[in-house]
Design a protein around this ligand. Structure first.
Ligand SMILES: [Zn+2]
Length: 408
């Protein structure tokens, strides 16, 4: 690549003058009033946080706006912007001081395909907020319209080859999840992570015409109850019964749509049944690392919700007669979420090992994705699928419930 990677200060000074005179303003923190009901919200998705440096490319050029919304630079085409944090905590770009805290990069022709904003080589729609934190890191936050965000989520959270109604169900679920997070704090620095801690978001590279169609066909639809968009948890495979939310997060409030339903639909999942063999020593080490035990345990007893089949917690008995209770979900974290695949398990002792026999993969709350696939293959529509896995929740246009859910 022969792209220049440094600003020409003279060109920039000139362009800065022109742009400041033009007096453009951005809307970063001045939206979320009446106008928000007319169009889908702009989400802020954290793509990266770290020390940097990180390269942002704008093949057609871009405008950089400061925290007050003023256009401070025009970036000519084919420039790479290399961001670092300066010693004083300010933002440096290509070695030059840029801003005290944050800027927004708005690519030229950003609405066209393909998008003209590349973050560490990956293309994204929308614009990019670059922020220097007080903790000493850089944050790169994609500002993107909800429906465009979903285009980068669905192919990563489901399989584009699945039946259309399973994709439509996922579109409504992922839209609801994102907008519920948004509604919690519309003015948050960011609303969502780009990984499994929210929903996996891969930007433009992930998009697929089949999932795009599902998003379009369910345009604006969300799951709601009591006038609020619900945080639509979902998981890969329930293994026979979805979880009550308080099976997993013990102090969560159990609502009808998070009470758990029987699911005969996910039998085709490769994770429907599994076993895991772990040495006692390894279990002890994991619990000790987690700060739960200081001496090996001599026995253990599960507490299981007999209706959902979910282990809510396991009581570990220690030699002196003491006991420590660890939630099933926490045990999954300690042993590895991809090892102890769900809390729908039982176990037996065998020599120096514990043998877990389990069903399903994931926390088990809300939509069972493989179950949704099974229902769609049996010709159920996406609304029937959603009514099944979230009983008591309704499907509505997000804009119809926004005034309540946005907490205004
Ligand atoms: Zn299932």
């Amino acid at each position: 690549m022969s792209q220049p990677n440094r600003f020409n200060p003279i060109i920039l000074l000139f362009l800065t003058f022109l742009l400041v005179v033009a007096g453009c303003r951005e809307e970063i923190d001045s939206d979320h009033d009446g106008s928000i009901k007319e169009s889908s919200p702009e989400l802020r998705v954290l793509l990266f946080e770290g020390e940097g440096p990180l390269v942002v490319s704008v093949p057609d050029g871009a405008v950089i706006r400061n925290d007050d919304g003023e256009a401070i630079y025009t970036v000519p085409p084919r420039y790479d912007l290399v961001f670092r944090q300066g010693e004083s905590g300010g933002l440096l770009v290509n070695g030059e001081w840029l801003s005290k805290r944050r800027v927004t990069i708005i690519p030229k022709d950003g609405g066209d395909e393909p998008p003209r904003l590349l973050v560490a080589g990956s293309p994204y729609r929308g614009s990019l907020l670059v922020r220097s934190t007080e903790a000493g890191s850089l944050q790169f936050i994609n500002r993107i319209a909800t429906e465009d965000y979903l285009r980068g989520v669905l192919p990563r959270e489901t399989f584009a080859s699945w039946p259309a109604d399973a994709l439509r169900a996922q579109a409504v679920v992922s839209r609801s999840y994102a907008l519920a997070r948004y509604a919690e704090e519309p003015k948050a620095i960011y609303h969502l992570h780009a990984d499994i801690s929210s929903q996996v978001y891969g930007g433009y590279f992930s998009e697929d015409p089949r999932t795009d169609a599902a998003i379009k066909e369910t345009g604006g639809e969300v799951l709601a109850a009591d006038g609020r968009i619900i945080t639509t948890f979902f998981h890969s495979t329930c293994g026979g019964h979805t979880a009550a939310i308080d099976d997993v997060w013990l102090d969560a409030e159990r609502r009808p749509f998070f009470s758990g339903v029987e699911c005969p639909w996910c039998v085709d999942s490769t994770n429907h049944d599994w076993t895991l063999t772990v040495g006692y020593d390894d279990v002890y080490r994991a619990l000790a690392t987690g700060g739960y035990l200081t001496a090996p345990f001599i026995g253990l007893q599960p507490k299981t919700n007999s209706r959902t089949g979910r282990v809510r917690s396991v009581v570990f008995i220690t030699e002196g007669g003491g006991s420590v209770e660890v939630s099933g979900n926490e045990l999954r974290r300690l042993l590895g979420y991809s090892e102890l695949k769900s809390t729908r398990f039982s176990f037996t002792a065998s020599g120096d090992n514990l043998i877990f026999t389990g069903e399903g993969y994931g926390h088990g709350v809300g939509l069972c994705q493989w179950g949704s696939r099974g229902m769609a293959a049996a010709d159920y529509g996406y609304k029937e699928i959603l009514n099944y896995y979230y009983p008591g929740a309704g499907i509505a246009q997000w804009s119809a419930i926004a005034p309540v859910s946005l907490g205004e």
